[in-house]
Design a protein around this ligand. Structure first.
Ligand SMILES: Cc1ncc(COP(=O)(O)O)c(C=O)c1O
Ligand SMILES: [Zn+2]
Length: 382
């Protein structure tokens, strides 16, 4: 009953808005970008009823009133979220690590997929299309399978074979596209004119799932906020999710400040690193080279401007990591009991760099976003 009342309010309040040209749009299954070409955000007012939250089970749906799904029957959950936040030591430095490969599909992308596909179910959409470097595709395919929604996933030809097998196992139609990640996105957009575009980079409902990363850290740190968050950044879905989550907590009066956001990119594909260093407000085209960190090999991030704004607002920075550092970090984490994807190893390599120059009193939180089981072939070559 409580949910029903709060749902009615959500229904009236949610709408899309464009931060580029300041236009608003009602929610609609066919709208995935603004008429000006820009990405859209979601206008939504979350609530944090602490007593109720504390009584609920350890999944990200414990923040029910902060997630923009209207009806409880729309929720598609596989018990995801509330991942461990562990204290770890590297190079003599202690920090906290959020183990976000502990999700049903083996990566943090389930945070976004559980919310986005619940919304898709709520809208009564029969078929979706998505493009991905593999992990978002796996997550979208899994939740669509659970809902009985048809799903078409576009991936670059060179995607790790483990991720292709996983997407296929969920019964999704796999479309392998010759060439770059950018060509894959173009191919999916062609299909998006006919089917719902469940894009993790364009669709703001995905970010309203990944934002639960921030809520969990806040709760696991007893209502405190870390000084610094060190996160991988390609299209920035975890990065922006964390930013939105902490911002919502601040606006609700639960915390006073947002952590400094430090983004980790591969030096082989560093558009945000370059734009931040040069003081640009948008990313510019770069020449991308081969990298082990396929999850962050994004030459042209859809929300580049928004990511750069979040970094500057929080006095954060971007670090670009070499292939050698990625390989070393992957091996070092394995010896500590963490079998992770190269993309997650890039984050750890960035964390190691950051820790060298850090102020010892700072609370630093980072994350492991994908399991090594997703990239055994690549890892075996290391
Ligand atoms: C394991 C892993 N970590 C991090 C990322 C980066 O996510 P985003 O591109 O949204 O920044 C990805 C993206 O595919 C990923 O697969
Ligand atoms: Zn616009």
């Amino acid at each position: 009953m409580l949910y029903a009342l709060c749902s009615m309010r959500l229904l009236q309040m949610e709408r899309f808005f464009c931060s580029t040209c300041k236009r608003f749009y009602p929610l609609s299954p066919t709208r995935w970008r603004c008429d000006c070409g820009s990405f859209l955000d979601l206008e939504f007012e979350p609530k944090f009823p602490i007593k109720q939250i504390l009584k609920r089970g350890p999944t990200l749906w414990r923040y029910r009133e902060a997630i923009p799904i209207v009806k409880n029957q729309s929720i598609l959950s596989m018990g995801e979220g509330f991942t461990p936040l562990e204290e770890v030591e590297l190079d003599g430095h202690r920090f906290l690590l959020k183990i976000d490969y502990l999700f049903p599909t083996g990566s943090y992308k389930d945070r976004g997929a559980t919310v986005l596909i619940s919304k898709v179910k709520e809208l009564g959409v029969p078929k979706v299309v998505e493009d991905s470097s593999g992990n978002a595709g796996s997550a979208i395919a899994a939740y669509c399978a659970k809902a009985g929604i048809e799903c078409e996933i576009y991936v670059p030809q060179a995607t790790s074979p483990e991720k292709l097998v996983q997407i296929g196992a969920y019964g999704a139609t796999l479309k392998r596209v010759e060439g770059s990640r950018e060509r894959t996105a173009e191919a999916a957009m062609g299909s998006a004119s006919r089917f719902y575009y469940a894009s993790h980079c364009w669709n703001p409902f995905f970010l309203h799932g990944t934002k639960t990363f921030a809520f969990e850290i806040w709760e696991q740190m007893d209502g405190k906020v870390p000084d610094v968050l060190i996160l991988p950044v390609g299209h920035g879905t975890l990065f922006l999710g964390a930013y939105i989550g902490f911002k919502e907590l601040r606006e609700a009066g639960r915390i006073r400040r947002i952590p400094r956001l430090v983004g980790i990119q591969s030096a082989a594909c560093p558009p945000l690193y370059q734009a931040f260093k040069e003081g640009w407000s948008e990313t510019r085209p770069i020449e991308k080279k081969e990298t082990l960190a396929e999850g962050i090999a994004i030459a042209n991030p859809v929300r580049g401007r928004q990511i750069l704004e979040a970094i500057r607002e929080t006095e954060g920075e971007v670090l670009a990591i070499t292939e050698n550092e990625i390989g070393l970090a992957l091996k070092e984490m394995g010896r500590k009991g963490y079998f992770i994807e190269p993309t997650s190893a890039a984050t750890i390599a960035g964390l190691k760099r950051y820790l060298k120059k850090r102020n010892k009193r700072e609370t630093v939180v980072s994350t492991l976003t994908g399991t090594g089981l997703k990239a055994t072939e690549k890892i075996s070559h290391l």
